[in-house]
Write a protein that binds this ligand. Structure first.
Ligand code: UDX
Length: 477
């Protein structure tokens, strides 16, 4: 049957309730909807409340081209402020229990409404989506939300065939096929004997129990960026690079209002418009990282002393993080705002995708979450990197040494030291006006062009997405 005469395909995307997971899921949803597919994005009711309160979504269907996006929320069975959500060892089984039941019921309901689901797409932390798909005989895919290099490290760690740092040999280097040599502290910190939050590492490793169950593993990366490791992993499972999904910014629903932000973004464009080209430092540490108060103070002094203008995201401390981890809200040094004056713009949350595109941005001080990394690579913005944990330390290595777009302040894991103000200020200068600045900008521009090419019609990622849509249509019969 020609594609036009087939009934519309209904693709159900299930995401873990976190910003770093929701953003790529929503971007993929927009992309598929724009190609005529009917999309449902499912996450927990609790996370849905955050999105609604932030004004990011409303109770409506969002049309994109010939397709649309609907949302579906399931109740994870816990009260809104339940602190157990901060403990993945407790939360993931609860998500599985409630999510599996809710998804099974929804699949039955959709079939009864004559709107059967043609394909399920899960993401890390919700591996049970593939189990439900198998039970219902529905094709299933996974959207991996980190880099292919990091995927490869987790995969090889899970197979236990290579040497990794251990209690008895914590400082050994790691040699993985098709990756540069990784020093002991350049593997995702959850796998390191000295790393924090090992429970997260255990949860992530669950995804690697059987990588051939999904018919493909989608990645928010592009061939040109991670060619060798994509080629290598493709010999093991069906890895499909479809990024940067960030480029879907150009796709908007009729009202242009659908975003996955769990906090309401502050307007900063009037301020950015008032600044000269490539003059502003943008500082943001994603949705979860919380720096120490002393680090924030040193950074504040560095920014003030540097003379650069800066847009700084200081997100409010979530109540559950304060209660559960004993963290405190950051306080800026006395007289900081008066001293910085018009050069400072502090926001609680920024429209980061659009900020990075703004011509006034000179560099991005980042924790190197994969979403932020891909966004900066796609917009050609050089980086100053301050990784904290998890994949951030691996991403930092690649951004600095392989892609040539960043300068490193710390390494994370064993060296999560305080970066003092003078060193911080020097690094900002080096990234913006120092002898290395031109090279960083040239490399950043090179990756921006490569990212645009991959996502443009006929480009590698766009072609993979068209093939994916074809495959979903074919598999849905
Ligand atoms: C988490 C992990 O911490 C990270 O290591 C992993 O790679 C992905 O999951 P997070 O820390 O939130 O993610 O960082 P990141 O991956 O960079 O995602 C943050 C997202 O929030 C980005 O898409 C960014 O554009 C967005 N954001 C952040 C905003 O829109 N506004 C802000 O003010 C800050």
């Amino acid at each position: 049957m020609p594609a036009e005469t087939q009934p519309p395909c209904h693709v159900f995307l299930v995401t873990f309730p976190g910003q770093g997971h929701m953003n790529p899921t929503l971007r993929l949803g927009k992309k598929l909807a724009s190609k005529g597919l009917h999309i449902t994005i499912a996450t927990t009711l609790d996370f849905g409340h955050c999105l609604r309160n932030a004004g990011s979504i409303a109770d409506q269907r969002y049309p994109f081209g010939d397709g649309f996006i609907d949302f579906h929320f399931w109740n994870d069975g816990w009260e809104n402020d339940d602190l157990r959500r901060r403990d993945l060892d407790l939360y993931l089984p609860q998500l599985e229990l409630t999510g599996k039941a809710a998804l099974s019921q929804t699949l039955k309901d959709r079939a009864a409404e004559n709107r059967p689901v043609s394909c399920l797409i899960g993401n890390p932390f919700v591996p049970w989506v593939c189990d439900v798909a198998n039970e219902f005989g529905i094709p299933c895919s996974v959207l991996w939300v980190q880099s292919c290099s990091v995927f490869s490290v987790y995969y090889h760690f899970s197979r236990k065939t290579l040497n990794f740092p251990s209690e008895s040999d914590p400082f050994c280097d790691v040699e993985i096929p098709s990756l540069p040599l990784l020093k002991h502290d350049e593997i995702p910190s959850f796998l390191h004997p000295y790393g924090e939050y090992k429970a997260i590492g255990r949860s992530i490793l669950q995804q690697f129990r059987n990588v051939s169950v999904p018919f493909c593993i989608l990645m928010d990366t592009f061939e040109e960026l991670e060619k060798d490791v994509i080629d290598h992993m493709s010999t093991i499972c069906s890895v499909i690079p479809i990024g940067p999904l960030f480029q879907t910014l150009k796709l908007s629903d009729e009202k242009g209002s659908l975003s996955g932000d769990f906090l309401k973004a502050d307007d900063c464009f009037e301020w950015l418009d008032s600044k000269p080209e490539k003059s502003v430092v943008y500082i943001s540490f994603g949705s979860i990282v919380h720096l120490s108060q002393t680090q924030v103070e040193e950074m504040a002094h560095a920014l003030c002393n540097s003379g650069f203008s800066f847009l700084w995201v200081m997100k409010p401390l979530m109540k559950d993080m304060a209660d559960c981890l004993g963290l405190k809200s950051h306080v800026l040094p006395d007289g900081f705002l008066e001293k910085a004056g018009e050069r400072a713009k502090i926001v609680k949350w920024s429209p980061q995708q659009r900020v990075l595109f703004h011509p006034s941005i000179a560099c991005f001080v980042t924790h190197c979450g994969w979403n932020s990394s891909v966004e900066a690579l796609s917009t050609g913005v050089p980086m100053v990197v301050l990784p904290q944990w998890g994949d951030q330390v691996t991403n930092a290595k690649f951004l600095v040494e392989q892609f040539g777009v960043g300068l490193r302040l710390t390494r994370g894991v064993t060296e999560k030291r305080l970066v003092l103000r003078d060193e911080f200020e020097k690094c900002l200068r080096d990234a913006i006006v120092g002898p290395k600045a031109e090279e960083l900008r040239e490399n950043a521009l090179k990756w921006k062009k490569a990212a645009e090419k991959a996502a443009a019609e006929g480009g590698s990622s766009e072609t993979h997405i068209d093939e994916l849509v074809g495959e979903i249509r074919k598999r849905s019969g």
